[in-house]
Design a protein around this ligand. Structure first.
Ligand code: PLP
Length: 374
């Protein structure tokens, strides 16, 4: 099996590039992947590179998706309403403050298109999930990258200062952060919302929040019109390939996001999402499974002198004390495909948390590549 050069790169080709081509806008130069192309993985390799959920959709979600296929000749708009209602009942958000999308990438891209540009910059952490920064840069926005603190957390004070320093349309916080899994606590986020420039909108990406014990800020969208919260079914619910995400915001912000066009939702994804939302055990069960596998591996690495930043997500960043890209290549040669490194941290690599068995294979490949005891 050959992997694409990078998922980011692929998404740009498949989504942004095509969308821009058809919109008549000048097509931005595609960003180069930050590291060399990910190594080729053999069939049967362990894939710990894209922060995917190794368990896939829950058994009930898979059954619901299968059962929905016969009705896929219809758009099933009412089913989308059922999913939204199940979601808002749990999130505590009014119905008109929530809109579903085929994945959270879509509202993320739309946010960059709407709220960044030559006169409206973007403030992001470094490193963080890059899609928004790349989209904003392609639109001519100035992107201010604020390095994470030494504990891997967002430096929210420095980000607010950066937003005041020049015109800033959007400030992006990924909580927990990708790639570090680090947390921005709710009280610090509350401080950020009070102290940011009045005209700056905050995009809070909670893609990985279900893996942590942290409270969501999603209910805040009912009280302010400058906060957009994103959630996805791609991560803990294991539905990355099915495509469903949520944007929560003031109805006016949702109207702006929707002004970039309609895109009906995949029916099997709606069916699987409803089954997932109706299973009260799924989130705590998977959160625990993930935390156990993550903690065992981080403790194992620590005992061998390899530090990881504190994480509450399904990924962690480990300092491999040598070139990260070369290390990742050697890991892939040993049947375990891990994530990449970032320009700011060339010796650290991101690893997605897999099943207990997959993490055992990770540890044994790591021992071999790093030359430490298994
Ligand atoms: N936000 C973050 C932080 C991510 O890591 C990802 C995917 O990896 C996404 C958003 C996009 O996810 P999706 O479009 O599958 O919902």
């Amino acid at each position: 099996m050959t992997l694409p050069a990078s998922r980011r790169h692929f998404l740009q080709l498949a989504g942004a590039g095509l969308a821009l081509a058809s919109s008549g806008l000048p097509r931005p130069a595609l960003a180069q992947p930050a590291t060399v192309a990910p190594p080729t993985a053999n069939e049967g390799a362990v894939l710990l590179n894209f922060n995917e959920c190794p368990y896939g959709p829950s058994p009930a979600a898979q059954q619901a998706a299968r059962d929905s296929i016969a009705s896929c000749g219809r758009y099933r708009f009412a089913l989308a309403g059922e999913v939204r209602d199940a979601f808002i009942a749990q999130a505590g958000v009014p119905a008109d403050h929530v809109r579903l999308y085929p994945g959270s990438s879509e509202p993320l891209n739309r946010a960059a298109t709407l709220w960044t540009g030559p006169q409206a910059g973007l403030v992001v952490a470094d490193p963080t999930f890059e899609t928004l920064g790349e989209m904003a840069a392609a639109r001519g926005a100035h992107v201010q990258k604020v390095p994470l603190r030494s504990d891997g957390a967002h430096d929210l004070r420095a980000m607010v200062a950066a937003a005041h320093a020049r015109p800033t349309g959007l400030l992006y916080v990924c909580n927990p952060n990708n790639p570090t899994g680090s947390i921005s606590p709710a009280d610090e986020l509350a401080w950020l919302l009070v102290n940011k420039p009045a005209g700056t909108r905050v995009l809070l990406d909670e893609a990985y929040l279900q893996y942590s014990e942290q409270p969501s800020l999603i209910a805040q969208v009912a009280r302010r019109d400058d906060l957009i919260v994103l959630r996805t079914f791609s991560k803990l619910y294991g539905m990355a390939g099915l495509r469903l995400g949520v944007a929560a915001a003031h109805p006016e912000r949702l109207r702006e996001l929707a002004s970039l066009g309609e895109n009906p939702l995949p029916v099997p994804a709606l069916a699987a999402a409803l089954a997932s939302l109706r299973d009260p055990q799924l989130v705590p069960q998977r959160r625990l499974q993930n935390a156990k596998a993550r903690q065992t591996t981080i403790a194992w690495l620590g005992k061998r002198g390899f530090d990881c930043l504190p994480t509450e997500a399904n990924c962690f960043v480990v300092d491999v004390q040598r070139d990260g890209a070369a290390f990742a290549k050697a890991m892939a040669d040993n049947g375990v495909v891990i994530g990449r490194s970032w320009p700011i941290w060339p010796q650290r690599v991101r690893v997605t948390v897999g099943t207990e068995e997959e993490m055992a294979r990770f540890r044994s490949a790591f021992a071999k590549v790093a030359g430490v005891p298994a």
